[in-house]
Design a protein around this ligand. Structure first.
Ligand SMILES: Cc1cc2nc3c(=O)[nH]c(=O)nc-3n(C[C@H](O)[C@H](O)[C@H](O)COP(=O)(O)O)c2cc1C
Length: 143
C-alpha cells in the first residue's frame, strides 16, 4: 500500500460556474486538475453542464482537504457547496486522476432516472454517488 492510500476520504461538492467561463477555460481546469491530482494521488470525476460543476475527489484526507480549500477559492466558480464527505477504505472512482463529463454530450439513458437530469442542488449524497457511477460507466464506454 502506498502512503497515498492511508487515511482515504471521498469528497463531493457542487458549484456554479462563473458566467464568463468558456470551453477553453474548462479544458484548462481539467488539465490543471489532472496534473495536480497525479502529483497527489487524488482521483475523481468532474461533471459540467455549462452552469454547474459537480466533482468527486478521492485520496489522502489531508491532500483532499487542502485541494478542496484551494478549489473553493478558485474564481472560475462560486457558491461551492459540500454534498458528501466520508472516510473510505479504497478508491471507488479510481480510473482517472480527473476526467470531465460534459453533460450535454452524455446520452439521456445514463442520467435520466434522477430528477430527469442534473439538479445538483437537489441531490442527496446518495444521489450524487449514483450520478457519478452513471457518468463513470458512460466515460468507460466512451474511452
Ligand atoms: C471546478 C474546478 C475543479 C478543479 N479541480 C481541480 C482538481 O481536481 N485538482 C487540482 O489540482 N486543481 C483543480 N482545480 C484548480 C484549482 O482550483 C487550482 O487552480 C489549482 O489546483 C492550482 O492551485 P495553486 O495555484 O494553488 O497550485 C479545479 C478548479 C475548478 C474551478
Amino acid at each position: 500500500m502506498s502512503t497515498s492510500e492511508v487515511n482515504l476520504c471521498r469528497l463531493i461538492y457542487f458549484s456554479s460556474a462563473s458566467p464568463e467561463l468558456t470551453d477553453n477555460d474548462v479544458d484548462a481546469i481539467l488539465e490543471e486538475a489532472i496534473a495536480g491530482n497525479e502529483l497527489r494521488g487524488i482521483t475523481g470525476l468532474l461533471a459540467y453542464d455549462d452552469f454547474h460543476f459537480m466533482q468527486v475527489l478521492e485520496g489522502n484526507e489531508d491532500a483532499v482537504n487542502n485541494l478542496y480549500f484551494r478549489i473553493a477559492q478558485d474564481p472560475r466558480h462560486y457558491d461551492v457547496k459540500l454534498v458528501h464527505y466520508q472516510k473510505v477504505q479504497e478508491h471507488h472512482f479510481q480510473e482517472w486522476s480527473m476526467a470531465l463529463a460534459r453533460l450535454p454530450e452524455v446520452p439521456g439513458r445514463y442520467i435520466d432516472n434522477l430528477y430527469g437530469g442534473f439538479e445538483p442542488q437537489l441531490f442527496t449524497a446518495d444521489d450524487a454517488l449514483k450520478y457519478f457511477d452513471m457518468l463513470r460507466h458512460y466515460l468507460q464506454q466512451a474511452a
